[in-house]
Design a protein around this ligand. Sequence first.
Ligand code: HEC
Ligand code: HEC
Length: 288
Amino acid sequence: MSTPKAILLTLVLLGVGAAAGAALVVWGGLYNVSATEQHFQPVYSMLETAMRQSVRLRARGVVPPKLDDERLVLRGAACFRDKCLQCHGAPGVAQGDIGKSMQPLPGPLVDARQHWKPRELYWVTKHGIRMSGMPAWEFRLAEEDLWAVVAFMERLPDLTPQQYAEVTQAKPVVANSPAAQAACGPPRDTANAGVPGDVRRGEKALHQYACNACHTIPGITGSSPNVGPPLAGVARRAMIGGKLPNTPDNMVRWLRRTHEVDPQTAMPELGVTERDARDIAAYLSTLD
Ligand code: HEC
Ligand code: HEC
């Protein structure tokens, strides 16, 4: 056999061997998914590096606003206490049971400032880290609240446990301003009935509202659940949930006021904003 042929044959055999090994691990159930087992250190380090480099690359174009604003820091402290504390803990406060038992372990973000630029902290908070359990906050925190949390993380290393307790108890400083009154939360609804829904954004919103936990939806990755009816061909159906004629406005109503439309339905209300509901309806209207 000539040398190139022998090399080729060896490569093919190695490839077949690797595929057979992988198949055995996957179908044989050999990979232990238990969260009480750790990754090997080299595997962990490789995943960690891949994650950090991925964030660095994607956050390059983000331009932070001014972050050393006391009001922003205070608001961020409130958001952090409500949304992040349970997993990450804070000065003098341990994370809750969920955070303690996750794998990978969400660390206290006191040293986040050393590892990440503000634009990277913003990116991680907004988009989350897939496969790690770090949630995406894009659909749950308004743009200004995302930055407020970043401003707070920038301040975290300077806070004693006493100071943390004080700032998280503090009331917003500018009383009566709309920003101070609205609790830390999702973007204020800016939907305009005249503006058509955004199909691409609707696709993202569908899995950010966990619709695919119950519905099998074309174009959305999932485990083909059957808790709710499959949404393939939903645009062709005459009725929504057997209650409303299938129009775009009624779809928005179904998604936002589900229990008003049908008090008996097993479909939960998911706190969908008007804008997100319009975008989701736009995506669903493509499924015919
Ligand atoms: C359900 C648990 C959970 C919640 C809630 C949560 N996180 Fe995380 N977070 C994680 C996990 C898990 C990681 C990944 C840790 C790793 O890979 O090392 C992580 C990683 C991070 C990182 C990267 C940390 C690093 O240096 O490795 C940042 C920054 C972060 N989270 C910020 C936040 C902020 C801000 C909030 C609140 C808005 C938040 N997280 C809420 C679980 C959570
Ligand atoms: C916890 C499970 C669950 C979640 C999460 C859920 N649904 Fe449903 N959904 C259902 C069930 C159950 C029904 C059937 C309700 C009925 O007919 O009373 C339903 C019905 C529907 C229908 C009507 C379908 C038809 O053929 O009439 C639509 C459209 C729909 N859901 C869209 C969504 C969207 C979009 C989301 C995310 C914002 C979502 N659902 C989240 C369980 C769920």
